[in-house]
Design a protein around this ligand. Structure first.
Ligand code: UN1
Length: 484
């Protein structure tokens, strides 16, 4: 029997008001329905907002370290069920079990990081022009916050939004992607079991156009943090700013790895493959362009193609799988469409570009690791986010041209350079337009204690994770305190 899960509103597990449900399907085997979830409408979102507003006064007055203890317990509980949660993640999203397990453990360390932040100072005392005045600026919570999160990191991204939101005293409505509700359920379940009071965190599983829209429009929601596409992000920003809500957006990427002539080629190939193909290329930080210095381009290309062809594609639960399926039929369509487009634009398809066939691929969204070369920076495959296992090789004469090509996009999330030349590495760090820069490592990856976010159209400019998250999830109250 397929298990039915519910929304979590005001501390109670409840079905959608309209009674509608949605099936949680395995993208490696579409015959497998993992679970049934509510398909919430605006009424459910409105109730969740009401519950969060009701819980806010008491939660915001709960001592910060007490809030931290709950996050800490939740981290332990999540770690205890890491295998179970990772299996749910793999079966509903498709990434390999090893990646899923890593992500669940990352979720636990994010919770612990923000548990620790609850012991940190919450403001600053300033000298005053007046002898009697105690003058200070204090960080206070914003109120009810809405978190709208994607399916590609269904543990890490909700966690890195909700952990700081809760630590700093906000109450939360989480609307995870409809494709990955079971992972979100695990997260909410551990927080409930860790002792979070009713209404402090609410879970609404539903479509963006209904439940999501209510979260953006409802005047009780004071801040919205969103990770997803640029298309949805800009709509949210327009609606939210029009009514004076705070908004934080993390969106697309077209992340380059620049391989310079002196690079260790095996290392360069390995980190390109990891950056481009892990999670089936479905990361906003994935490597989608490789800009290779002319002198080594042929050698690099041959090794990259050989390595791409050796990738084991399959069900993420199989221990030897390196790359799982795409998340759904729409993603598969989009990737294959970009392959056609690349060929029509005159790029050379070196390997992949096809849907895989054969028994084990029959019921899933499997596309072969794909490499193009002869790509020029203005081609659409070099400009638009494909969000799949497709990497484009672009040749550059020298360092300056490579950086110019790397910057020639509207995105600016992450970038990496492979070289042993310290001067060029340093120049790359200075000249690249990206919020995250890697020297001799892949473009993806994010540690919880440092700011995460992009330049240009990749983000709204604010930063997530680390101490930077405090800027979004608090507001400043400046106090002139004069004893009489
Ligand atoms: C990572 O690279 O580990 O949606 C995190 C995304 C990013 C998160 C990337 N916001 O892919």
């Amino acid at each position: 029997m397929t298990q039915t899960y519910l929304n979590y509103i005001g501390g109670r597990w409840v079905p959608a008001a309209n009674g509608q449900t949605t099936a949680d399907v395995n993208p490696a085997n579409t015959g497998e329905v993992l679970a049934v979830f509510p398909s919430a409408g605006w009424e459910d979102a409105a109730q969740a907002i009401e519950a969060a507003a009701h819980a806010f006064p008491a939660w915001s007055r709960t001592p910060m370290p007490k809030r931290g203890e709950i996050l800490h317990r939740a981290a332990n509980l999540l770690e205890e069920r890491a295998n179970e949660a990772a299996e749910a993640l793999t079966r509903e999203e498709g990434k390999t079990f090893a990646e899923s397990k890593g992500e669940v453990l990352r979720g636990a360390s994010i919770l612990r990081y923000y548990a620790g932040e609850t012991m940190q100072p919450t403001g600053e005392i300033y000298p005053s022009a007046s002898a009697s005045t105690l003058l200070y600026a204090e960080r206070v919570p914003v109120g009810v916050v809405a978190l709208i999160t994607p399916w590609n990191f269904p543990v890490a991204i909700p966690t890195w939004k909700l952990a700081p939101a809760l630590a700093y005293g906000n109450t939360v409505v989480l609307k995870p992607a409809e494709l990955t509700p079971l992972t979100a359920w695990h997260l909410v379940d551990v927080l409930e079991k860790a002792g979070l009071p009713p209404g402090v965190l609410n879970l609404v599983v539903g479509r963006g156009s209904l439940a999501g829209n209510e979260l953006v429009e409802n005047p009780q929601v004071k801040a919205i943090s969103f990770t997803g596409s640029n298309e949805v992000g800009s709509k949210i920003a327009a609606q939210a700013t029009a009514r004076g809500a705070k908004v934080q957006l993390e969106m697309g990427g077209k992340n380059p790895t620049v391989v310079l002539a002196d690079a260790n080629l095996d290392q360069a190939v390995e980190l390109t493959i990891a950056g481009a193909m892990l999670s089936t290329g479905q990361k906003c930080t994935a490597t989608s362009r490789v800009i290779v210095q002319h002198d080594i381009a042929d050698e690099f290309r041959d090794r990259l193609v050989a390595r791409a062809e050796a990738i084991k594609v399959g069900d993420g639960m199989q221990p030897d799988t390196y790359m799982g399926p795409l998340v759904n039929a729409e993603a598969e369509q989009r990737v294959l469409e970009y392959v056609r487009l690349g060929q029509a634009e005159g790029a050379r398809l070196l390997t992949g570009g096809v849907k895989l066939s054969g028994d084990q691929y029959e019921r899933g969204y499997f596309v072969a690791p794909t490499v193009f070369d002869g790509v020029t920076p203005e081609m659409r495959i070099a400009q638009e986010e494909i969000f799949g296992p497709v990497v484009s090789l672009i040749e550059a004469r020298d360092f300056d041209e490579a950086v110019r090509f790397a910057n020639q996009t509207r995105f600016g999330l992450s970038a990496s350079v492979v070289t042993r030349d310290l001067n060029l590495a340093l120049r790359f760090v200075r000249e690249i337009e990206a919020g995250i820069v890697h020297v001799n490592s892949q473009t993806a990856g994010a540690e919880p204690q440092v700011p995460f976010g992009g330049f240009k159209s990749s983000s709204s400019g604010s930063r997530e994770q680390g101490k930077a998250a405090r800027d979004f999830f608090t507001q400043i109250k400046t106090v002139y305190f004069d004893p009489l």
